[in-house]
Design a protein around this ligand. Sequence first.
Ligand code: ATP
Ligand code: MP5
Length: 268
Amino acid sequence: MTSGARPPLVLTVAGSDSGGGAGVQADLKTMLALGVHGMSVVTAVTAQNSRGVHGVWELPVEAVRAQYRAVVDDIGVQAVKTGMLASAALVETVAGLLADTDAPVVVDPVGVSKHGDPLLAEAALDSVRTKLLPVATVATPNLDEVTQLTGLVVEDEAGMRRAADAVLAYGPRWALIKGGHLPGGREAVDLLTDGTEEHWLRAPRHDNRHTHGTGCTLASAVASGLAKGLAVPEAVREAKEYVTGAIAAGFALGSGIGPVDHGWRFRD
Ligand SMILES: Nc1ncnc2c1ncn2[C@@H]1O[C@H](COP(=O)(O)OP(=O)(O)OP(=O)(O)O)[C@@H](O)[C@H]1O
Ligand SMILES: Cc1ncc(COP(=O)(O)O)c(N)n1
């Protein structure tokens, strides 16, 4: 890149994971690995490690709004990714800010951590459905989040198609239903659809327990592709390739579930 050129600009609006595997930390590492300039609006601070979430402190709505305005009004953004939003007040504040921003938005409707710790208040689910999903270019629920948001229990690929329709009914342009939690199978299968086109993304399932941060990484990679000007199906295809490599290279840190390796493409 010449000195005058600048990389695409991507903003994450998410929670901090002190262990560095998920949340804002995963998002910024993904963005660096994919060659875009990553910026962050922190919504909550978690005390977290490979064994779980040990504390959560939400930021005040004004602190979230001020971070967002500081970035968007001066530097600008070409794509935004949202992750942990913790409360109804934060969901509604962020949805309002996104509605006034002219950039594609990837919404990862984070509900519960891999260890089962809640990252979103029950009372915020309705705001996610009615305020956040309608402003999403791509919504990326995992199967547990599909159940939380739609009441549907998904057990197979036909169920993923029904889940996509139910999620699309809330208004995102595209739904990316992540089948990482589907039991069995040699493949990790995701479905991307806008209700007209349907793309099934299949990758080898890696038998690696160190998968902390997979969802954050995938959503940030999609946002990075969109900021580069890729169409949604192409951005998702490239993001799936990146997260699959990161899962294959995930490593043991601490005594629990370690992180995916965001830097896998830089290693021998
Ligand atoms: N063991 C695995 N091997 C390969 N790919 C996987 C594996 N587990 C999940 N994936 C893929 O990782 C991506 C993220 O999916 P997943 O269902 O794990 O999201 P998530 O549950 O939101 O992640 P997180 O646990 O970080 O919140 C998807 O593309 C999914 O297919
Ligand atoms: C701050 C934050 N955001 C998102 C996740 C979800 O990631 P995982 O499901 O891998 O625990 C998390 N654990 N922490």
